[in-house]
Design a binder for this molecule. Structure first.
Ligand code: ZN
Length: 360
C-alpha cells in the first residue's frame, strides 16, 4: 500500500495559491483556528515572501534553523514551544523550506495530535492517529521529503537516524513553485538535486522492484539528466524539471529501497556530521566499482555545472572512527540486501568498507 500526497499545484507563481489552501482549511475546521507556519530561517527577514503566505495576526510563524538536520530532542523542543503558543489544534501546518524544514513540519504535526516524544515514533507505523493537516512548500529540490512517508531525525542518545515511517506522515497538500529555488546557492542546488538522481539509480539497481516504482525512477533519472546536462541547471525550465524530479523521486523511494550509496552516506552523516545530500555525492564518487556508469555520468554532470566536491574527508581518521564508519554503514541491511543480496557482508568486508571510505 502506498499513500500519495492528497493534492498539489505546480508552476511559477503557484505560491500565490497558498492563502486559498490555508483559508479552505480554516473554513473546514470552523471557528477561528490558528495556522502554524514552519519556515526555513533562510527566509527570516524576507517580508516579500512572508507576506504572500496569507497569515493572520494570531497565526504562528516559527523559523526553523536548518544548519543541522533534525534531532529528536530538537523536534521535542519546537513542539513544546508551539504547544505553549497554540489555543487549540491548528487548521494546518505549513512546512516552507528544504528537507529539514519539511521533515520538521511532518514530525511536529504528528506529535501535536499523538502526544509523547519524537523518539517514541521512530520506526515503522508507530504513529497512532492522523497528524494535523499539513502543506508542503519546498524551496529546494531533491530530497523528495514533500512526497515521502517519513521524516528523518537523529536520536543523539541512541545514535539512531530513523524517521516516523507512517501513512500519517504524508503531506495532505503541496505547492511546487520553481521561483522559490532561484536563490539557492549553486553547489547546494547540485548536491540536493543529486539526491533525487541517487535515490532512483539505487532503486533501479536493486532487486526489490515494482513496475510503478520503476516508472517513477526512470522519469526522475530522465528529468535529472535534462537538468544536469543542460548548459544552465538553474534556468527557469530546469528548476521546474528538478522540482518535479524531486517529487517523483520521493514517490519512487516510497515504493522501493535505496542501495549502496545511502548506507555509506549515512556513515558520513552519523560519524562525521556531513549533511545528507553532500554526503551522498561524496559516497557515489567513491563507489564507481558498484555504479560504474552512474559514477561516470555524475562526474560529467559535475564538470558541466562547474561544481566541486570536498576531498580527503576521511583522511587521517583514527582506527576507532573507521570502525564506527563501518558499523554505521553495514547496519543498513535492507538497502544493502536490495543492492548486493543477503550475503552483502561477504562483499562489504570491514577492510573493503574502510578502503572505500579512504577514497572519499
Ligand atoms: Zn536521500
Amino acid at each position: 500500500m502506498v499513500r500519495n500526497v492528497g493534492g498539489f499545484t505546480v508552476g511559477r507563481g503557484s505560491l500565490d495559491r497558498l492563502p486559498a489552501f490555508v483559508d479552505a482549511r480554516r473554513k473546514a475546521v470552523g471557528g477561528t483556528p490558528q495556522v502554524l507556519f514552519l519556515v526555513d530561517s533562510f527566509f527570516a527577514g524576507n517580508q516579500t515572501i512572508i507576506e504572500r503566505f496569507g497569515a493572520q495576526a494570531d497565526d504562528i510563524i516559527r523559523f526553523v534553523d536548518a544548519t543541522n538536520e533534525p534531532t529528536t530532542d530538537g523536534i521535542d523542543a519546537i513542539t513544546n514551544e508551539i504547544r505553549g503558543r497554540l489555543r487549540d489544534t491548528p487548521a494546518t501546518v505549513v512546512g516552507f523550506g528544504g528537507g529539514t524544514t519539511m521533515d520538521t513540519a511532518k514530525a511536529v504535526s504528528n506529535l501535536l495530535t499523538n502526544g509523547g516524544r519524537a523518539a517514541d515514533y521512530q520506526g515503522w507505523d508507530l504513529v497512532k492517529v492522523p497528524g494535523v493537516h499539513k502543506i508542503a512548500v519546498p524551496t529546494i529540490s531533491g530530497t523528495g521529503s514533500e512526497a515521502t512517508r517519513t521524516c528523518v531525525m537523529t536520536n543523539a542518545a541512541s545514535g539512531l537516524k530513523l524517521g516516523m515511517n507512517s501513512d500519517y506522515t504524508v503531506f495532505d497538500q503541496m505547492v511546487l513553485d520553481p521561483d522559490l529555488t532561484a536563490t539557492v546557492p549553486r553547489n547546494q542546488y547540485f548536491y540536493t538535486g543529486m539526491d533525487a538522481y541517487i535515490h532512483c539509480i539505487e532503486a533501479l539497481g536493486g532487486s526489490y522492484r515494482n513496475a510503478v516504482g520503476d516508472a517513477y525512477s526512470r522519469e526522475t533519472v530522465n528529468l535529472c539528466r535534462q537538468v544536469f546536462h543542460a548548459d544552465d541547471m538553474m534556468s527557469v525550465e530546469a528548476r521546474e524539471q528538478l522540482m518535479v524530479a524531486s517529487y517523483l523521486g520521493g514517490c519512487a523511494i516510497a515504493t522501493s529501497y535505496v542501495g549502496v550509496v545511502h548506507p555509506f552516506s549515512a556513515g558520513l552523516s552519523v560519524v562525521l556530521g556531513l549533511h545528507h545530500c553532500i554526503a551522498n555525492c561524496i559516497a557515489l564518487n567513491a563507489l564507481d566499482e558498484f555504479y560504474p556508469n552512474e559514477h561516470a555520468e555524475f562526474n560529467a554532470m559535475m564538470k558541466k555545472q562547474n561544481v566541486t566536491l570536498p576531498t580527503g574527508v576521511c583522511a587521517n581518521l583514527s582506527r576507532e572512527q573507521y570502525q564506527r564508519l563501518v558499523e554505521s554503514t553495514v547496519v543498513h541491511a535492507r538497502p544493502l540486501t536490495n543492492a548486493l543480496g543477503p550475503d552483502f557482508r561477504s562483499i562489504l568486508t570491514d577492510e573493503r568498507v574502510i578502503d572505500i571510505f579512504k577514497k572519499m
